[in-house]
Design a protein around this ligand. Structure first.
Ligand SMILES: [Zn+2]
Length: 277
């Protein structure tokens, strides 16, 4: 059994502030350790349930300013990683599809946050708060959970486990159905405050959630977006529109909206991804 683990930092227990997730800040190093240990918990659960391969793809931009240089998508602490886990760095948001294409039984999304605009979502945003104020798939408002579930679904892979704050878990269940396993490691008291589980307990629950998700995989079908597909981006700032005006087969709705249409989700999505670009 093969498992793709997508990891993000803002939904990790103990994290509430951009300084904990943006490279260059002192608190970032603590954030990286907390993040890596939650990935390890998911890896332990996966192997306990019979996984033979796990690949963790870092999906956290770390405050990158629009280039792929530096620490973007490179926040895991390699020395701390469970040796059974392979890991992918520096590959752009939503761009790691290798394992999904090769054939993969399940995907996990560990440490994810709620979509942009969620009041009780700790550090809520969608891909980048500087770039997007909202994303829709066929008119449904989605965040990173929905987009990643759609990418996985495009390759026939179910999003079987989602971990993060309570708002992210709620968002996952509302979108993917009640059978998706969710593990809430904190409750947002505002966008920048939370009540957390202690790391040891959070990790134990993630491990159990991962094991449980794989043991009951038949309950969670891949999230397949009905064709044809329109992905709509509400752009946060006018200066960001320039690059979309230069893209082929993109429909601009002035002043700040971009539509990408395709026969299926992959065609619509990969015309504009990965991010940043
Ligand atoms: Zn992130």
């Amino acid at each position: 059994m093969r498992v793709a683990i997508f990891g993000d930092m803002e939904g990790v227990g103990g994290i509430v502030h951009w300084d904990q997730v943006a490279a260059g800040h002192q608190l970032y190093q603590e954030g990286r350790r907390l993040y890596t240990e939650e990935i390890n918990a998911a890896v332990r659960g996966a192997f306990a349930a019979g996984a033979t391969r796990a690949v963790a793809a870092d999906s956290h931009g770390a405050g990158s300013t629009g280039t792929m240089a530096g620490p973007a998508f490179n926040s895991l602490v390699p020395e701390l990683l469970d040796e059974r886990c392979e890991y992918v760095t520096h590959h752009g948001w939503g761009n790691y599809t290798e394992l999904l294409e090769e054939g993969c039984d399940a995907a996990f999304f560990v440490g994810i946050h709620a979509r942009a605009g969620t009041q009780d979502g700790v550090l809520s945003h969608t891909i980048s708060p500087r770039h997007f104020s909202a994303v829709h798939i066929n008119g449904t408002l989605v965040g990173e959970i929905g987009i990643m579930a759609a990418i996985c679904g495009h390759y026939g892979v179910p999003m079987a486990l989602v971990t993060g704050d309570e708002a992210a878990c709620r968002e996952a269940r509302e979108l993917l159905g009640p059978h998706v396993r969710t593990v809430a490691v904190k409750k947002g008291l505002s966008r920048f405050a939370a009540r957390h589980l202690a790391p040891a307990r959070a990790r134990r629950l993630i491990e159990e959630g991962a094991r449980d998700a794989l043991a009951n995989l038949a309950e969670v079908p891949p999230w397949t977006v009905p064709s044809p597909v329109t992905v709509t981006f509400d752009i946060a700032r006018p200066d960001q529109m320039r690059k979309y005006r230069q893209m082929d087969r993109i429909e601009i709705e002035e002043p700040l909206r971009v539509h990408s249409r395709g026969r299926d989700f992959g065609e619509a999505w990969f015309r504009v991804a990965p991010f940043p670009r």
